[in-house]
Design a protein around this ligand. Structure first.
Ligand SMILES: Cc1cc2nc3c(=O)[nH]c(=O)nc-3n(C[C@H](O)[C@H](O)[C@H](O)COP(=O)(O)O)c2cc1C
Length: 180
């Protein structure tokens, strides 16, 4: 059983990725995992300023919520990032968060398996690929970690619409159950 950290990055009310994330968490708990869920809603996360002080100190010079999240990311076995697709990429707030995880790069981080759930209006096979590849770029920098799995839920646009998508909700639950 793993310690799973799920990070929801949509800031919108009735977020579709949040709805699917809750179902994913249900599956992960059913599988016996210990799950912690963080939403970026209401969090203060500044842009990385690129000073690289963190590569010496393993601490960020900025003082905001990214540091608390970094500690949780460092201590989890398994990470799940949930994002809406914005312009065929992960949303900007997720990318900003990944950049701010730079203090973990020289650290003895624990996480190994990384997963992504993405949601978009379009439902083409290609729709999530750049976002998945973007996360892969981050994961590839952490030698002990791999991008273990992805779930794309396309064809969902209006706030709260995911609640009507029975099959996608089931897929999210099964995806949660399959986490390692
Ligand atoms: C700035 C912005 C860019 C978007 N870009 C895309 C896109 O490139 N492709 C797509 O299919 N949907 C796109 N969408 C639609 C969202 O992915 C869609 O509404 C999704 O359900 C939002 O998930 P959320 O409710 O969890 O935020 C975009 C939405 C916004 C706000």
């Amino acid at each position: 059983m793993s310690k799973v950290l799920v990070i929801s990055t949509s800031l919108r009310a009735k977020s579709n990725s949040d709805i699917l994330t809750h179902r994913l968490i249900g599956g992960a708990k059913e599988a016996g995992h210990e799950v912690e869920h963080i939403s970026l809603k209401g969090k203060k996360i500044n842009f990385c300023i690129g000073c690289l002080a963190c590569q010496e100190t393993q601490k960020c010079v900025l003082n905001d919520d990214a540091n608390i999240i970094a500690e949780k990311v460092k201590a989890a076995d398994t990470l799940v990032f949930a994002t809406p697709i914005y312009y065929y990429e992960m949303c900007g707030q997720m990318k900003t968060l990944l950049d701010r995880m730079n203090p973990l790069f020289p650290s003895d981080y624990r996480f190994r398996n990384v997963y992504m759930l993405s949601v978009a209006a379009e439902d083409e096979e290609s729709t999530p690929k750049k976002a998945e590849n973007g996360l892969l770029g981050w994961v590839d920098c952490f030698d002990k970690a791999i991008l273990k799995g992805t779930l794309f839920c396309g064809g969902i646009n209006d706030p709260g619409e995911a609640d009507l998508k029975t099959r996608k909700l089931e897929e999210a639950y099964e995806f949660g159950k399959s986490l390692q």
